[in-house]
Design a binder for this molecule. Sequence first.
Ligand code: MGD
Ligand code: MGD
Ligand code: SF4
Ligand code: MO
Length: 750
Amino acid sequence: MGDGWRPTACVLCASNCGLEVQVEGRRLARIRGDKRHPGSKGYTCEKPLRLDHYQNGADRLIHPLRRRADGTFERVDWDTAIAEVAERLLAIREAAGGETIFYFGGGGQGNHLGGSYGGALMRALGARYRSNPLAQEKTGLFWVNDRMFGDYATGDFEHCEVALFIGKNPWQSHGIPRARPTLRQISRDPSRCLIVIDPRRTETAEIADIHLAPRPGTDAWLLAALAGTLVQEDLIARDWLAEHAVGLDEVTAVLGKVPIARYAEIAGVPEELVRRTARRIAAAESVAVHEDLGVQMTLHSTVNSYLDTLIYVLTGNFGRVGTNTPPIMLAPLHNPSHWRGKGDRFSPVVGARIISGLVPCNVIADEILTDHPARYRVMIVESSNPAHSLADSPRMREALRALDLLVVIDVAMTETARLADYVLPAPSQFEKWEATFFNLEAPANHFHLRRPVLDPPPGSDLLPEPEIYARLCEAIGAVPDLTPLREAAAQGRAAFAQAFFQAITADQALARIAPVVLYRTLGPTLPHGAAAAASLWALAHRVAAKHPDAVRRAGIPGEGLELGENLFDAILDSPNGVVYAVDAPGDGLRRVGTPDGRIHLAIPELLAEIAALGDGPPADPAYPFVLSAGERRAFTANTIIRDPAWRRRDASGVLRINPKDAADLGIATGDTVRVTTRRGSVHAVAELTDTVRPGHITLPNGLGLHYPDASGDLVLTGAPPNELTRAEDRDPYAGTPWHKHVPARVEAVR
Ligand SMILES: Nc1nc2c(c(=O)[nH]1)N[C@H]1C(S)=C(S)[C@@H](COP(=O)(O)OP(=O)(O)OC[C@H]3O[C@@H](n4cnc5c(=O)[nH]c(N)nc54)[C@H](O)[C@@H]3O)O[C@H]1N2
Ligand SMILES: Nc1nc2c(c(=O)[nH]1)N[C@H]1C(S)=C(S)[C@@H](COP(=O)(O)OP(=O)(O)OC[C@H]3O[C@@H](n4cnc5c(=O)[nH]c(N)nc54)[C@H](O)[C@@H]3O)O[C@H]1N2
Ligand code: SF4
Ligand SMILES: [Mo]
């Protein structure tokens, strides 16, 4: 690092590309892609080049805050904040039970180290309910994948012959490594094929070999027609399925009857194109599939996830190079429960299905705004902005205000923090140790533990999340005397491992707060001041014990506990990231988590829905448009960068509308329009573009934030999408919102 470039990562999307930065004072002065990063290999998009707007926003939090009776905030010191929060948590637990304490978040796009300690606090409090943004996008897919193969699978787009993106625009939203070069390579190679299913002619669709543009909300019909073609033209991998799957007859009984011509017509896609697409998929050596918000946040989302999983499984594209495979993650993104005999859990007030341990985001307000004795009374929010990002913001704000206690851990004064009783400020992701747990790759998977590259703002009084959680655990009396474990840690890792595993086996209460125990005992002994990485030690041992061959294939030597230690050391000693697991052929199939090791094709309740799909989505003449509320664009990054000056283009976050619709309404590019839904109205600036179909309009995500101007007054930029969405518009299985399918009307504002 003699040249002053320090390794870190971009925090703006789940790809977390490796970066190198040069620092001037407290500024990220120069930023470039890190060629040594094992996933991104030097790649970045345009977004991180002005990352300093995250780092040095005008609304950075610099010391703990407590709400006064009149609603304003006063500065308090950490001892006061921790003691008072702990006291109030204990009082509420005493009066109403630990299960009324609700935890939300625990990580954003680039920071997940803190969340591993947040779990310890929740268990210490006896909290039983939690959620995070995955419960408004991925839980339907988790539920389907869990039932089919007891895990969650992701696509290998580096090696696939055919790439299928459904309701996903990776050119802008990424989510696959080195998205743009990867997409271009597939598109340019005549032997490979890029297929996109998206109503909009997105940047990805623009370079696709095949673009299926369904009417918004008709994916269930289109995907049923595709899967139906595979069955009816006998394009399925019968031999492979006979060996690896069960339940084929139940599936073909339904898909064999799909009226392909009719369903293609409902979706507005030529039947011949549907059939040609199915044949191309079936003919391929390997197919990788990625569905995202376009289908996860629209009508039939769980059915959509089922159908697109069937498309790759029925054609035998599972568990091999270039297909979809359950990745070896350091900490699983999803906790499968279906085959572990636990049965489904439901939320206490609404009775909504809890998938992967997460309460659906869309029911949280209803779980609070009630006099039901089991209502959530406390919310601890970390690294998330639910007052802005969950459906129905007005009602979400009402719910947050109705809590007995709201504690927000963040780096900035967000819409949610403004409603908090206590705001606990953390150093930014460049001022502390951080890591992300989105290690979703196969056949090779990597992890990146990042070191701090900057000092916190001068005069600030911040604590990193692991320290906040540890202090709260201590203040509620959950942490016993740890001297024996500290002494063992001083004798080295082998002695520590033995003492630690013995201690947590003997003491349930200690096991519940294991991450905090590691942080306080092993943590201080770690090199480079890496105490926050202590929880990774347990995860490294877990992965080494479960997947020893894959870890050794990554070049990490050893057997048993030694392999785990070596893996942990490799993570600590690799500031540019490290490959920690490499699959051998067939490994993906061996990870199928069903009792018989086979893929279970039939999900009876979803098959019944497919058989009864009907005649297309409902229409309401009062709301002639379908609004896609929350589109990923070149300069959106959820609400991670709050400063609007960050945006080089599209500063206001325009409403995209087809020129024909605009002409009918007398609207020109640059005009201000009012968008009205069943929930509310917002103003936006119109942009005419034929990339959206007539009848479809789109607004970006992450806009509509209040940010201080030069005189400190809060100014709203763009439209907050969730002023327009309703919580009841959600999937019947997973509770995921229909943000891509909001009935709306548009008027010119004179
Ligand atoms: N630039 C940028 N990148 C991001 C983010 C960001 O804020 N900005 N956020 C990150 C996060 S948290 C996530 S979850 C991902 C999301 O990544 P994506 O899911 O790719 O993002 P979106 O643009 O919201 O939606 C994808 C596509 O769905 C399409 N769509 C709308 N309605 C329908 C429909 O009815 N059917 C189908 N098939 N498609 C439809 C839209 O036209 C859009 O192109 O992006 C991540 N990356
Ligand atoms: N209508 C509509 N709503 C949507 C979507 C949509 O498409 N349409 N998309 C949804 C999706 S997919 C997602 S993922 C969510 C995202 O919405 P949220 O879960 O609210 O997440 P972010 O906007 O990413 O906010 C991250 C928060 O973490 C804070 N932060 C940044 N760094 C740190 C740190 O180091 N420590 C701490 N403690 N905090 C930090 C930021 O200041 C910010 O407040 O939005 C969802 N909401
Ligand atoms: S926004 Fe995503 S794709 Fe772009 S550099 Fe950052 S992590 Fe990489
Ligand atoms: Mo997301």
